[in-house]
Design a protein around this ligand. Structure first.
Ligand SMILES: Cc1cc2nc3c(=O)[nH]c(=O)nc-3n(C[C@H](O)[C@H](O)[C@H](O)COP(=O)(O)OP(=O)(O)OC[C@H]3O[C@@H](n4cnc5c(N)ncnc54)[C@H](O)[C@@H]3O)c2cc1C
Length: 397
């Protein structure tokens, strides 16, 4: 296995390191102290747009390789690079990474399921956006997020529209998004085969009652719950069109593809937060004469080792993805391993800092709150273990 990345991706990593230090960590702090996401018109977003963020990786077929069609500067050229960029970004501030404009988690289902016309319609505004714009993804419902196959939001065909009814929760950026990819079912009795994915555009009647949820960490971006009440979505917004679902078992696979691509990156983010915590711990140990304590040094090293092992698993999953080889087990293993390793790192750092960490004005306290979500998003640790254990005894997932 070779985890080396291209010169372009190396340059992206360097840029991210600079922006992480100068822009992202300060912006994340600002939002955390305010206890609220940065507003849509915050100048930070405009500066990040100028740095090449907020773009889609999609390109129209046959697009000329001129300036406007150059690959988005912040997008990794490989899954391996994506994990390394995710790790570096989260080292500086994971919340602000999600707050950044761009199509976000809505992009993978559009790329994997959308027709060429839908990709053009929904992703072309993100090729060279003139102002910060967002996309979003909404699967989770108030009744629970793990049992993805049993979503309850209903979709009913009515002439040349679909009518959506239901509720979604904790959807990142959907309150400010141009559109949100919403998963619904045409008949819960059909299970996964009943799933359909719709692009619901901002301002569509019946799509509203947005409520920004309170979170213990990652306060820099909004996690929004909303309702769909008799929400009429044009038939043209059914992702992939009818034909897509006739050939496959509903939209479920589209969502799962999204997750399998995302899990190694989430693992990388957990490692990034853990690395930041250990750097704080090491600096504190040096500054306070604690570095001579063999027991503390040993725990620091052990914690770092676990983070490195988790990152290697995430890179292995990404390496397989780059070769279009099945990576479900490795992706789940990395997602199961990294957050606990990062919990250990942040807890250790809190312990080393003692009062200085617990007072509530040190970065380590923020990292301690931020890291928990990494165990929850895109499949909890328990769910990863369920998936892997079923696989071991030959049960379908
Ligand atoms: C910061 C943040 C951002 C998010 N962003 C998005 C987003 O953009 N879009 C979106 O759609 N969702 C998003 N989510 C929702 C997230 O995907 C869900 O929180 C997650 O899927 C878990 O669902 P739940 O919280 O409803 O827990 P539940 O599914 O209710 O689970 C509760 C507990 O039971 C455990 N459990 C459940 N089933 C089993 C089982 N079969 N075996 C063993 N244990 C089990 C779980 O692991 C968990 O510990 C976000 C969540 C957070 C915290």
């Amino acid at each position: 296995m070779d985890f080396s990345i291209s010169a372009d991706d190396q340059a992206r990593l360097q840029t991210l390191r600079r922006l992480g230090r100068d822009e992202m960590r300060p912006a994340g702090w600002r939002a955390d102290r305010a206890g609220a996401p940065l507003p849509v018109d915050d100048p930070f977003f405009v500066r990040m747009l100028a740095e090449g963020f907020g773009r889609t990786r999609w390109r129209a077929a046959g697009a000329a390789p001129d300036g406007t069609d150059a690959p988005a500067p912040n997008k990794a050229g490989s899954a391996v690079a994506q994990v390394l960029l995710a790790e570096e970004g989260a080292y500086w501030d994971r919340g602000i990474g999600v707050a950044l404009p761009g199509p976000g988690l809505g992009e993978p289902p559009i790329l994997s399921m959308g027709t060429p016309e839908q990709k053009q319609r929904f992703l072309s505004p993100f090729v060279n956006p003139r102002r910060p714009i967002w996309g979003a993804f909404a699967m989770t419902e108030p009744s629970g997020g793990s049992d993805v196959a049993n979503i309850k939001t209903r979709a009913r065909r009515d002439g040349d529209h679909w009518v959506l009814d239901g509720a979604k929760s904790f959807s990142g950026n959907s309150g400010r998004a141009e559109w949100t990819v919403v998963f619904a079912t045409i008949d819960p009795a059909l299970g996964r085969a009943g799933h359909r994915a719709f692009v619901v555009e901002r301002g569509t009647p019946g799509f509203g009652d947005f409520r920004i949820e309170k979170k213990m960490g990652l306060k820099a971006y909004e996690s929004t719950s909303f309702f769909l009440s008799g929400c009429r979505v044009p038939a043209a917004n059914l992702l992939g069109g009818e034909a897509y679902y006739e050939q496959r078992s509903g939209g479920f696979k589209g969502a799962m593809n999204t997750f399998n691509a995302g899990r190694p990156a989430i693992a990388g983010m957990a490692v990034g937060i853990g690395r930041a915590a250990l750097d704080e711990a090491a600096a504190f140990m040096q500054a306070r004469g604690l570095a001579s304590d063999l027991r503390l040094r040993d725990r620091l090293e052990r914690s770092r080792r676990k983070l490195k092992a988790a990152l290697l698993m995430a890179l292995r999953a990404a390496w397989l993805a780059d070769r279009r080889q099945p990576n479900m087990l490795e992706a789940s293993a990395s997602k199961a391993l990294a957050p606990p390793a990062a919990f250990e790192a942040t807890s250790f750092a809190m312990e080393v800092l003692g009062l200085a960490g617990g007072r509530g004005d040190h970065l380590i306290e923020k990292l301690f709150r931020d890291v928990k979500a990494l165990d929850i998003v895109e499949g909890t640790g328990q769910i990863q273990r369920v998936v892997m254990a079923r696989h071991l005894v030959g049960l379908p997932n």
